[in-house]
Design a binder for this molecule. Structure first.
Ligand code: PGA
Length: 250
């Protein structure tokens, strides 16, 4: 099955409102009418409404960097899926390793966020990945298996087909140290095989992005692997020319 590549830019806690709209427009000037791949940008929440408005009518998708699990309520600092839908947000990054590590989000919380996104019609990008210690201890697969099992609890087959996965080895994020294409492919293939145990169709259609120091000079080789369906890009998504070069490599 031919899977449609997805390149997602995670802008993290960078850019003021004007800078964000400017960058979005620069990306859209090349990617705004792409038909053979999906391109998504995830600005900080403060710029989400303005970027979503500026991208209206273009094929560029707009994502949030997280989503709350309730529709509304006394949850100081959280943004609900209903609020995101209201802005025209298409996707949400969930379970990013920075959320797990710095803000203490666990698999149960991440699962609730994922289910809420699915219920609201937002495509979740579920991030999973092992730390360097876990990899060196030979625990990579056990860690990923647990993140997937707990993160995907109560997600039935039909919904699973709408989930996007991002394999992001924690040791490769923002470090300039990329997993080799072979290392990444090996893990991606194992993730796909794991989904195939439940449904061959879901596994065949599942988009698995690689994330962690993807740059213009390594993107083509990574995206050229059989089970790598695009990327989740941090640092390099903040420079239009770099991000566009990565999009072109998919
Ligand atoms: P990086 O970040 O590309 O800067 O390594 C990736 C991510 O955090 O998703």
């Amino acid at each position: 099955m031919k899977r449609r590549p997805l390149i997602a830019g995670n802008w993290k806690m960078y850019l003021t409102l004007d800078e964000a709209v400017h960058l979005a427009r620069a990306v859209a000037s090349t990617c705004g009418q792409c038909t053979d791949r999906d391109v998504m940008i995830a600005p900080p929440f403060t710029a989400l409404a303005a970027v979503a408005t500026a991208m209206k009518g273009l094929s560029l998708q707009v994502g949030a960097q997280n989503v709350a699990w309730e529709k509304e309520g006394a949850y100081t600092g959280e943004i609900s899926p209903i609020m995101l839908k209201d802005l025209g947000v298409d996707m949400a990054i969930i379970g990013h390793s920075e959320r797990r590590r710095i803000f203490g989000e666990d698999n149960i919380m991440i699962n609730r966020r994922l289910c809420a996104a699915l219920d609201a019609g937002i495509t979740p990008i579920l991030c999973i990945g092992e730390t360097l210690e876990e990899r060196e201890a030979g625990a990579t697969l056990a860690v990923l298996e647990r993140q997937l099992r707990e993160g995907m609890t109560n997600v039935h087959q039909q919904q699973a087909a709408r989930v996007v996965l991002a394999y992001e080895p924690v040791w490769a994020i923002g470090t300039g140290r990329t997993a080799s294409p072979q290392q990444a492919q090996e893990v991606h293939a194992l993730i796909r095989a794991r989904f195939a145990r439940d449904s061959a169709d879901v596994a065949a259609g599942l988009r698995i992005l690689y994330g962690g120091s993807v740059k213009a000079n390594n993107a083509a080789e990574l995206f050229g692997q059989a089970d790598i369906d695009g990327g989740l890009i941090g640092g390099a998504s903040l420079v239009a020319a770099d991000f566009l070069a990565i999009c072109a490599a998919a």
